[in-house]
Design a binder for this molecule. Structure first.
Ligand code: B1M
Length: 208
């Protein structure tokens, strides 16, 4: 029987080949796709998230683990859809208007996907209107905004206002190096996360 603990370990080590092999073997043996996801891939990414938060692993390890998870997910995703497995929640994440930094945003997306969210990456330099349009189009429950420049923080405030004014029910989470909890409170965001691992915790809280 396929060893899902070994699958989690393969994700943690960023061993794409083993992650894909065990995923394929588990599905061939009839293991439920949701179990492969939860006990294998998500378990591995959760472990990386906890260690990243504790500064025990760094960005390269997270990126390597996320890549292994992505490769295995390509095999798993069609089976999850067939089995009707629902994602933990639906999120969109983008970097605000005028800002082209995407490394932190991409990490947040990887960690959210690793935790079981369905995430739409809406890119960089995203206008307030685009945030609203995409939130509506994807029926997002969580909208994530990233900003790395002090000069683009006002665009974050505008996007939060546009999302609130649009009347959609999605919760708004913000983050990025110059952003703080105080700023999130000031502009009326529902949540703030200092790093990608905390973004998962906050997004889960915002779903409830
Ligand atoms: Co730029 N840049 N940059 N840059 N850049 C900074 C941010 C800067 C601090 C460098 C400096 O001067 N010391 C500075 C900003 C100063 C300020 O505003 N206070 C700066 C500047 C000034 C600029 C330009 C204006 C430079 C110029 O052209 N004169 C220009 C702006 C372009 C634009 O956006 N319009 C510019 C351009 C660039 C590059 C294109 C060269 C490149 C970006 C490449 C890319 O992203 N694809 C770049 C880079 C790489 C940096 C630094 C070196 C690294 C940023 C990074 O990726 N960090 C940065 C200096 C630094 O931070 N040391 C700098 C790693 C990343 C994992 O961290 O993004 O903070 P971070 O994400 C973290 C958390 O913040 C959090 O989780 C992540 C992981 O834990 N997080 C969230 C992020 N988003 C989140 C969202 C959430 C939750 C958590 O919820 C939704």
């Amino acid at each position: 029987m396929a060893d899902l603990k070994a699958l989690a370990d393969a994700v943690i080590k960023g061993d794409q080949k083993t992650a894909m092999e065990i995923t394929t073997a588990a599905l061939d043996e009839g293991t439920a796709p949701g179990t492969v996801l939860e006990d294998g891939l998500i378990a591995g990414m959760n472990y990386i998230g906890v260690r990243f938060k504790a500064n025990e692993v760094y960005i390269p390890e997270v990126l390597i683990a996320a890549r292994a998870m992505k490769m295995a997910m390509e095999i798993l995703e069609p089976k999850l859809a067939e089995a009707g497995v629902k994602p933990l929640g639906r999120a969109i994440v983008g970097t605000v208007a005028g800002d082209l930094h995407d490394i932190g945003k991409n990490l947040v997306i990887m960690m959210l996907k690793g935790a079981g969210f369905h995430v739409t990456d809406i890119g960089v330099d995203v206008s307030s209107d685009q945030f609203v349009e995409q939130a509506k189009a994807t029926n997002a429950q969580v909208v994530g905004l990233s900003a790395l420049l002090t000069t683009t923080m006002p665009a974050m405030e505008q996007a939060v206002k546009a999302l609130k004014d649009s009347g959609i029910a999605a919760k708004v989470m913000i983050g990025g190096a110059p952003v703080t909890q105080g700023y999130a409170d000031k502009i009326g965001a529902d949540g703030y996360a200092a790093d990608a691992a905390s973004a998962v915790d906050i997004a889960k809280t915002l779903l409830n």
